[in-house]
Design a protein around this ligand. Structure first.
Ligand code: ACM
Ligand code: ZN
Length: 693
C-alpha cells in the first residue's frame, strides 16, 4: 500500500464534513465525505446537479486510455458538451480526469471531488479513473450525488468470475454483455474456461481437430451428451451443436475486456478434464488405449509438444500475465497402467502418480515462464509438489490456499461452499435444474477470503477471490445470467470493499436496485426481490420427545458417510432441521447398501403419537428418496413391534424434493427403530432429524 500518507493528506486537505452513507455505490466505497472547501471557505454537502453540461478534460492520460475513458464517461449519463484533451479545469463546468502516479494507495483506486460547478477525478492510473466513472454512473442512475469527495480503492487486486464455455458454448456477444456488467461492479478478471471434456472452444491452428471435431457434438445439452455416448462430430455434420472462438473473435473479446480494464485469463485444462483432446487425437492416449480416458498421457513427449504448441498460440492471443492450466480432478489410474507413463516415472525418479502430474505442471510452468508468463492452477497442483512460481486457485475449500500461501505462493480463493455459483440461489423447487446445494446471495456475501487464523504476513499472499459458474446444467444464456447475477456482485464487493464497510442488509438493498436495472436493460438476473429464502423447517429448532436422546446406528456397515457425518451421532436428535442443501452439516448422509438403520432411546417408556423423518432427493449428485421406511417400537430394546411400513416409488426428476416418511397413532415405547431402505438407484440417503412426538 504505497503512499498511504500522501493519500490521507490529500483526503484531509480536501475534505471536511460528515461521512455520508454511499446509498447507491456498489461495491461499497471506502470513504464518502460530504462538503467542499475552497481555500478557507467550506460548504456542507448538498445535492449535486449532475445534469449540467460538462466539458471533459484529461491530464496525464495517453491516447488509448483517453479513448477508453471517454467511452466510460459517455456511459455515465453525464451531459458532456465538449471533449477537450487540453488542461484547463480551473474554469467552471469541467469534468477533469487527472492521472498522476502515487496519488492513491493502489492503481485501481480513485478520488472523485465534486463541487457545485465541476468534478475532478484523480487516480494513479487509468483503471482507477475508470472505476471512478463506474461510481459516477451509479450515482447518476440512482439520482444520488452530493457535493464532497469519494475516496476509494480495492482491497484485493484479483476480483474474478469464471465463465465456462466448454460445457455449453456461448457467443462473443453474450460474453461482452457479461464483461459490461462485470466492469460496472469493478470486477477485473474474467477466467474463461475454454476447454473441458465436453468441448474445446478456441481455434488452434497447429491442432485443427480440436475445433473441427472436438467442438461439436450431439445432443446439444450437456446432460444428454454426458449420459449418452460422449462422442463428437465433424464440424458441419447435420445436427452438430457447439462452436468455438476463432482467433479473431478471441482477440476482439480480449480488446473489449481491456477497454473495460478487465483481463481475460484463458484456461487450458491439463492433464485432466481432457477427454475432448484425446477424442480428437487418440494417438495421444496411454499405451493400453482405455476406452475412456480424460487425462493426457504424461509419458509421451508428443503430449508436451502439443500443449506447448497450443500455449504458444494461446499467449499470442491473450496478453494476460497469468495463464490457467487447470490441474484439477485428474484420475491418475491410467498412468499406472501405461508403459509410457511408467517409463517417465522411472526415468525422472518420480515415486507416485501425484509426482507425475506435478512433473507435467512444472514443465508447463517452466515453458510459460520462459515466455514471460505465469501459471495459475487449481489446488490439486499442490499434490506431488507445487511448481515454484505457481499461483493456486483454492476450490476444494481453503486448505489448498492456506498451504500455498504459507509456502509463499499467491492464492486466489474460490472455495466451492461460497463461490460455486452453479448451486441454486433460492429454494431449489423455485429454481432451474442445477448441480445441487444451496448458495444464496447472503452466503456468498458472508465469505471472507483471508482465513481468520492465517498469519497477517501470510494473508498478504491472498490476492483475491473468484466466483465460478460451471455450465453442465446451464443450456440457455438466460439461465446462465440468472445464475451469475447478482451473486457475482457479492464477489465484487468481497473483492473490493474493506470488511468493516460490508453490511449484508445494505448490500442486499443495493443489489435489488442493480437487479431491477439489469432487468430493465434486458439482462435475466435472479430477481432478488422475490427471494423465498431458506427451508422454513431449518429456521427454528424443533422440540420433540427424542431431543438430545442417544441414537444407536444398528450396524457398522450402515453407518453414515464420513464426509456427511454432520454432527456425528448427535445429528438425528439435535433439534436442527436441514436447510436446502445436504452440505450444511445438518443432513446426515448414508451411502451403504443398508441405508439408514437407527434406534432412538427415549430413556424411559412413554406414550408416543408420531415418528417422522425428512429425506431429500437431488438426482444430479445422486441423492435419492428411500423406497421403504420401516418403523418399529420396543419397551425393552429386545423385542420390537413394527408399527409402520411406508413404501415409496422413487422417480427420477430434475428438481430437488423433500419428503417426510413417518407414522401417526398412539403407542407406548422407549426405543424407536427407524429403518430406511435404498431404492435401486445408487447414491445417498440424507436424513436430518428423527422427530418423535
Ligand atoms: C473444479 O471445480 N474442478 C475446479
Ligand atoms: Zn500414459
Amino acid at each position: 500500500m504505497r503512499n498511504i500518507r500522501l493519500f490521507l493528506f490529500f483526503l484531509t486537505s480536501l475534505v471536511f464534513g460528515a461521512q455520508l452513507s454511499a446509498q447507491s455505490i456498489t461495491p461499497a466505497p471506502l470513504i464518502v465525505r460530504g462538503g467542499v472547501c475552497n481555500g478557507e471557505v467550506c460548504t456542507p454537502a448538498e445535492p449535486f446537479d449532475y445534469t449540467q453540461p460538462f466539458k471533459l478534460s484529461f491530464e496525464g492520460v495517453d491516447a488509448v486510455d483517453i479513448e477508453r475513458l471517454t467511452s466510460a464517461v459517455m456511459a455515465t449519463g453525464l451531459n458532456i458538451k465538449r471533449v477537450k484533451p487540453a488542461v484547463n479545469y480551473s474554469k467552471k463546468g469541467y469534468l477533469h480526469i487527472l492521472i498522476r502516479p502515487d496519488m492513491l494507495p493502489n492503481d485501481e483506486g480513485y478520488a472523485i471531488s465534486t463541487a457545485h460547478d465541476g468534478i475532478i477525478v484523480t487516480a494513479n492510473a487509468p483503471a482507477g479513473a475508470f472505476y471512478a466513472l463506474q461510481t459516477m454512473r451509479q450515482m447518476v442512475e440512482s439520482g444520488d450525488w452530493q457535493t464532497g469527495i469519494i475516496a476509494d480503492y480495492p482491497r484485493f487486486e484479483y476480483r474474478g468470475v469464471l465463465i465456462d464455455i466448454s460445457r455449453h458454448f456461448r457467443t462473443v456477444d453474450f460474453l461482452k454483455r457479461q464483461i459490461d456488467m462485470m466492469a460496472r461492479v469493478k470486477l477485473n478478471r474474467l477466467h474463461l474456461h475454454l476447454t473441458d471434456a465436453a468441448g474445446w472452444r478456441l481455434q488452434v491452428d497447429s491442432y485443427p481437430r480440436l475445433t473441427s471435431y472436438a467442438a461439436w457434438r450431439t445432443p446439444h445439452d450437456w446432460k444428454g451428451w454426458w449420459n449418452g455416448d460422449r462422442t463428437f462430430l465433424e464440424e458441419g455434420t447435420e445436427g452438430a451443436s457447439g462452436g468455438y472462438l476463432t482467433k479473431a473473435e478471441a482477440r476482439e473479446l480480449v480488446e473489449y475486456a481491456a477497454d473495460r480494464y478487465i483481463t481475460i485469463i484463458p484456461e487450458i485444462e491439463m492433464p485432466g478434464h481432457s477427454d475432448e483432446v484425446l477424442a480428437a487425437y487418440p494417438e495421444l492416449k496411454c499405451t493400453h488405449n482405455p476406452e475412456r480416458q480424460g487425462e493426457l498421457c504424461i509419458g509421451k513427449e508428443a503430449t508436451f509438444e502439443m500443449m506447448q504448441a497450443i500455449l504458444d498460440e494461446v499467449i499470442e492471443i491473450f496478453p494476460s500475465e497469468y495463464i490457467h492450466i487447470g490441474g484439477d480432478e485428474a484420475s491418475k489410474e491410467n498412468w499406472k497402467l501405461c508403459e509410457d507413463c511408467q517409463r517417465r516415472m522411472r526415468e525422472e525418479g518420480l515415486e507416485s502418480v501425484d509426482e507425475l502430474q506435478s512433473y507435467m505442471i512444472r514443465r508447463m510452468e517452466q515453458y510459460l515462464n520462459s515466455k514471460g508468463r505465469q501459471i495459475i492452477g487449481w489446488d490439486e497442483i499442490l499434490e506431488g509438489g507445487l511448481a515454484p512460481n505457481a499461483t493456486v486457485m483454492s476450490w476444494r475449500g481453503e486448505e489448498g490456499g492456506r498451504t500455498a500461501a504459507e509456502a509463499g505462493h499467491k492464492v486466489i480463493m474460490s472455495p466451492h461452499g461460497y463461490c460455486y455459483i452453479d448451486a441454486p440461489q433460492d429454494a431449489p423447487y423455485s429454481q432451474p435444474e442445477s448441480i445441487g446445494g444451496y448458495l444464496p446471495l447472503e452466503k456468498v456475501y458472508s465469505y471472507e477470503p483471508i482465513p481468520e487464523t492465517l498469519d497477517e504476513e501470510v494473508g498478504k499472499y491472498i490476492s483475491g477471490v473468484q466466483a465460478n459458474l460451471w455450465a453442465e446444467f446451464i443450456v440457455e444464456d438466460s439461465h446462465y445470467e440468472h445464475m451469475l447475477w447478482p451473486r457475482a456482485i457479492a464477489i465484487a464487493e468481497i473483492g473490493w470493499s474493506m470488511p468493516e464497510n460490508k453490511n449484508y442488509a445494505d448490500f442486499r438493498r443495493r443489489a435489488v436496485a442493480i437487479v431491477d436495472r439489469m432487468i430493465e436493460e434486458g439482462y435475466t438476473p435472479f430477481d432478488l426481490k422475490n427471494e423465498i429464502g431458506n427451508r422454513p423447517e431449518s429456521l427454528t429448532d424443533v422440540e420433540h420427545l427424542a431431543l438430545g436422546k442417544p441414537v444407536t446406528y444398528v450396524s457398522p456397515s450402515r453407518y453414515y458417510a464420513p464426509k456427511y457425518a454432520a454432527q456425528g451421532d448427535a445429528t438425528l436428535t439435535d433439534g436442527k432441521r436441514g436447510t436446502w442443501t445436504y452440505a450444511d452439516e445438518r443432513w446426515q448422509g448414508f451411502l451403504g447398501r443398508g441405508g439408514v438403520d437407527v434406534i432412538v432411546d427415549l430413556e424411559e417408556v412413554m406414550t408416543i403419537h408420531s415418528v417422522s423423518a425428512d429425506f431429500m432427493q437431488i438426482c444430479g449428485p445422486g441423492v435419492f428418496m428411500p423406497c421403504l421406511v420401516e418403523i418399529a417400537v420396543s419397551e425393552d430394546g429386545e423385542n420390537f413391534t413394527k408399527i409402520a411400513d411406508v413404501e415409496w416409488e422413487v422417480v427420477l426428476d430434475e428438481l430437488p424434493s423433500f419428503k417426510a416418511f413417518g407414522w401417526e397413532g398412539e403407542t407406548r415405547a422407549r426405543y424407536v427403530r427407524y429403518k430406511a431402505h435404498r431404492s435401486k438407484y445408487t447414491g445417498f440417503l440424507f436424513v436430518d432429524e428423527i422427530i418423535i412426538k
